[in-house]
Design a protein around this ligand. Structure first.
Ligand SMILES: NC(=O)C1=CN([C@@H]2O[C@H](COP(=O)(O)OP(=O)(O)OC[C@H]3O[C@@H](n4cnc5c(N)ncnc54)[C@H](O)[C@@H]3O)[C@@H](O)[C@H]2O)[C@H](O)CC1
Ligand SMILES: [K+]
Length: 510
């Protein structure tokens, strides 16, 4: 799990590296520049021109170090300095001076430089010190880098693509689009939130000598980036002396007339997520249709007609007996009484419960229901459902996803999975996890139903929250990524992803 920092915490870590751990800033810059040169060489060949665009701060200093290493290794380096040389930071001044023996210290005017296919551009204009929209010659430099990339040159960004806000992931205009971003020490928020994540291209975090202890912990406000090893490690290999009772019994409360598919997809997600047994409690008229999708699923007919209400409480309590986890919501028939039913059910059931889809819309009418829950709750809203839960307009909450998700999880003592491009998992201790997997091919009905089942399956196998949530989200997105790696994004459907969970378990040898 990688800790994700803001610019302020990064600067504090940078200073602590020197003051507490004896790692001086010039050495950090030397290490950063070397990593940057190595990455640039990966993107080019010995015949490439390496255009290094340096700004006035220490990001520019990284670039000056990289220019030196690229030159020493015999490559053609063109240096561009943007901004007033007199304002260079002391470390950058020193590294510009270090270029004199190589004759590299005389930068080329930006307008006289060209870069095209086969060349490599090193973007060392701005890093975590960017405080406002680039203007004048700085904006012009970014425009040039955008044009060079459009002409086929590869762009490697030092720490961040220049123009990207370190903390929000929102780009100023203009903003560099990188093929590869080499970030120093720790991930920054803006690199792992969209659209920043896309602007970074491949993101590579390198160790330049800042010890993890240099970062002051922020209990209750930490942000982590989930890596494949974390998710894989959360899934225990299966022992031979086990049976279907060893892997949990998931009760899916879902489906209604015309929406039997939602129940089936949730159940399929649970089965493909490794559940030992899956039962679907749904209206009698729907049971056969659900079972038709998956003969492995058992049905629990809810005899009444119409929306789920208090009259369904006893049958659902009976259905919940001896189950290890509940998944409630996909396609349920919702009415005014549904929230009352959920309040009564959750106040009696002790096992973990996943609330998805229309269960969320029901709970949104009375959030007190969450406080009455006896067992751990995990809610899986998409932004529209989150808007109904919080009353915050979707476009506004999308601009503050981390804060909105964290506040809700802490206020209501739940784990919250806020779906979207970079799904967030917020736990009620204030920790937020960012998921990197998934792709736009998932923008089709039923993906959330499958995820609710996968999440239920992991909870049923004994994973605790928040681990079960970030593991389920990671695996579900990876299943979709592995599928589109071999085919187009268009035409990917939810049941493909359910089946595709097997590719994840194969990849993880589980
Ligand atoms: N994190 C580490 O341990 C290390 C980081 N390094 C690199 O240092 C930069 C951060 O350097 P800093 O000097 O703070 O700022 P920048 O170089 O990112 O920005 C340059 C400078 O420009 C000014 N500025 C800000 N916005 C604008 C603007 N829109 N127009 C004009 N000028 C602007 C502001 O004064 C900035 O200070 C970090 O990203 C790493 O790349 C170290 O090299 C290694 C250790
Ligand atoms: K940069």
């Amino acid at each position: 799990m990688r800790r994700v920092l803001t610019a302020a915490r990064m600067r504090a870590a940078d200073q602590a590296a020197e003051s507490r751990f004896g790692m001086p800033s010039p050495l950090l810059m030397e290490n950063a520049g070397r990593w940057l040169a190595d990455a640039a060489r990966e993107l080019g060949t010995t015949g490439s021109r390496y255009v290094v665009v340096c700004g006035p701060g220490n990001n520019g200093g990284d670039g000056l170090v990289a220019a030196r290493f690229l030159h020493i290794s015999g490559l053609r380096v063109t240096l561009v300095l943007v901004g007033d040389r007199a304002k260079l930071t002391p470390e950058s001044q020193r590294n510009l001076h270090a270029l004199e023996p190589y004759g590299l210290h005389l930068p080329q005017p930006l307008g006289e430089v060209e870069a095209r296919a086969g060349d490599v551009v090193v973007d060392a204009l701005f890093g975590t010190g960017l405080t406002r929209a680039p203007a004048g010659e700085f904006a012009e430099a970014i425009q040039h880098m955008l044009c060079w990339r459009a002409a086929g040159a590869k762009v490697v960004a030092a720490d961040l693509p220049s123009g990207l806000h370190t903390d929000t992931g929102e780009p100023f205009t203009p903003c560099v689009e990188a093929d590869l971003t080499v970030t120093f020490g720790f991930h920054k928020q803006g690199q792992v939130l969209e659209p920043g994540a896309t602007l970074c291209g491949e993101l590579r975090c390198v160790d330049i000598g800042i010890p993890p202890e240099a970062v002051t912990p922020q209990e209750g406000r930490e942000l982590y980036f989930v890596e494949e090893s974390d998710a894989r490690g959360a899934i225990a290999p299966r022992r031979s002396d086990t049976h279907k009772g060893s892997y949990g019994h998931v009760l899916v409360v879902a489906g209604s007339h015309g929406k039997s598919g939602a129940a089936a997809m949730s159940a399929l997600g649970a089965l493909r997520g490794g559940a030992g047994l899956v039962t679907v409690a749904t209206r009698s008229e729907v049971v056969e249709s659900v079972l038709g999708h998956a003969p492995e699923v058992m049905g629990w007919p809810l005899e009444r007609q119409g929306p789920l209400g208090l009259a369904d409480l006893e049958p659902l309590l009976e259905a919940a007996e001896k189950k290890d986890v509940l998944v409630i919501g996909p396609g349920i028939p919702r009415g005014d009484e549904t929230v009352k039913l959920l309040g009564e059910l959750l106040s009696r059931v002790e096992v973990p419960t996943v609330l998805d889809a229309d269960a969320l819309n029901a709970v949104a009418t009375d959030l007190e229901v969450l406080r009455r829950a006896k067992g751990p709750l995990v809610l899986t809203p998409h932004p529209g459902e989150m808007s109904r839960l919080t009353g915050v307009p979707t476009k506004d909450l999308q601009k503050a996803r981390v804060e909105v998700a964290r506040d809700f999880a802490c206020t209501h003592e739940v784990t919250l999975v806020l779906k979207g491009a970079r799904t967030l998992i917020a736990h009620h201790d204030g920790t937020v996890f960012i998921n990197p997997t998934g792709n736009p091919g998932m923008a089709t009905g039923g993906m959330g139903d499958v995820l609710s089942g996968v999440l239920g399956a992991l909870l049923g196998q004994g994973l605790k929250l928040p681990e079960a949530a970030w593991t389920a989200v990671y695996a579900h997105g990876l299943a979709a990524d592995l599928m589109v790696a071999r085919r187009g994004r268009l035409g990917l459907i939810a049941t493909d992803v359910a089946k595709g969970m097997c590719n994840v378990w194969t990849r993880w040898n589980r």
